[in-house]
Design a protein around this ligand. Sequence first.
Ligand code: ADP
Length: 398
Amino acid sequence: MQQAILVVNAGSSSIKFSVFEIMSTLSCDCKLIYHGVLEINPEQSNLTISNFEHAKLVQQNIPSNDYTTLFNTLFEWVLSKVSLVAIGHRVVHGGTYFKCPVKVTPHIIEQMEELIPLAPLHQGHNINPIKIIAKIYPQLPQIACFDTSFHYTQNHLAKLFAIPRALTEQGIIRYGFHGLSYEYIASVITQYIGDIGRKRVIVQHLGNGASMCGIYEQKSVASSMGFTALDGLMMGTRCGTIDPGVIIYLIQEKHYSIDQVVDLLYHQSGLIGVSGGLSNDMRQLLNESNTNPHASEAIELFCYRAACEIGSLSVSLGGCDALVFTAGIGEHNPQIRQKICSYLHFQGVELNNEANSQNKNIISTHQSKITVSIIPTDEEYMIAKHVQQLMANPNINY
Ligand code: ADP
């Protein structure tokens, strides 16, 4: 049987997974063979599995939302096809504990659980499958890979908030997120744009969650997300950077409870908030933008804020040689890329409209002072690579 790695990316209502065949242990080479999703609903969950060409192999209803039942069903199928060597998990927050992937132990689980309040939308959901799998398959090594780890290289200033030192010393600093996506882009960028990929690069991860990262010599220099994944860009349902005075006002004058504030900032803001509750899905907003002024304002604000963040990261990098668009919106939408880049003419950005409309890898003109490109991200592959590296060398010091 083929040896393989299972990669798990667990969210609140669904668990995405991928199976990577190990091609070479020596060079830590692996290849996607299956991917799928467990959609979890109160009464009935659904398991879908496809092959690497997206042909559906399994579509099964499971009359349960119990994680043990769901994982037993998933493992039964996976283990009938491959011999699993290890499991890699995406974990959003590594705090100050984890600057690289780690093999999970009960102590590591405790440390990850301490970080749940810092990423309430994700962290608990990321940890649940780890605990269930540790119970049902205790012999299978599990590796946690953190979205914060890539940003460990940022200098001290980039990590600081202007708050009392005592709070900084308690770990209230900027961590940055989407690190597995940025690490993947950094690892492949020279294949797409050549040596310029080692210079001052700003990667825009524009998905439902959105952030940007300034990268130099393939290392993180600064990022738009901070202490939590709320900061920075406007997102699908999150507001991004906001004057903290707004929160104080809502609590003091409008009597918002903490839960209402959390709901407002995480679920009711961003594209869905500005579009007047229409949608957090950029495709729908674009479809309705000609007839609905709230939809078009949401899009305009998204792009304006993105361009402003590019300005900020350009300062952190001391300039910018390349811009990369990635994730759902960044990879697929010419209109949004064009709108963002239209703010950057003063920096010498010139788009090649034809290349942009065709989602080509390089979408800037030859004359453009900044190379603009599209690079599809692959966080799951990055996790599979880390798992292989850690399995091959358990004492690896990143
Ligand atoms: P997540 O952050 O959930 O991983 P994705 O990277 O899959 O998100 O991106 C989801 C977002 O990408 C959604 O807002 C969706 O509307 C948007 N998206 C996907 N394809 C397109 C497209 N062709 N044009 C515009 N937006 C798109």
